[in-house]
Design a protein. Structure first.
Length: 71
């Protein structure tokens, strides 16, 4: 594995969020280990979505609000 060096302090907030997003998206499902409690919670939430439908705020809107300079 190649070690990448990034001066995080020199990045803007938007660049840091982009980096977090890129790192998160680079993970495989097998890279994440869940406790039985976490798995049960995710199953409970999926069951609720199947029963009641999707609710909440789309990620794109949340992210744009987080990175908006007029926060």
């Amino acid at each position: 594995m190649t070690k990448v060096s990034v001066d995080v302090a020199a990045l803007s907030a938007e660049q840091k969020l982009d980096l977090i997003d890129e790192l998160w998206m680079s993970l495989d499902v097998d890279d994440l280990s869940l406790t039985p409690e976490q798995r049960a919670e995710l199953d409970r939430r999926l069951d609720r979505i199947e029963r009641e439908g999707v609710s909440g705020t789309p990620w794109e809107l949340v992210r744009s609000e987080m990175t908006s300079p007029t926060r």
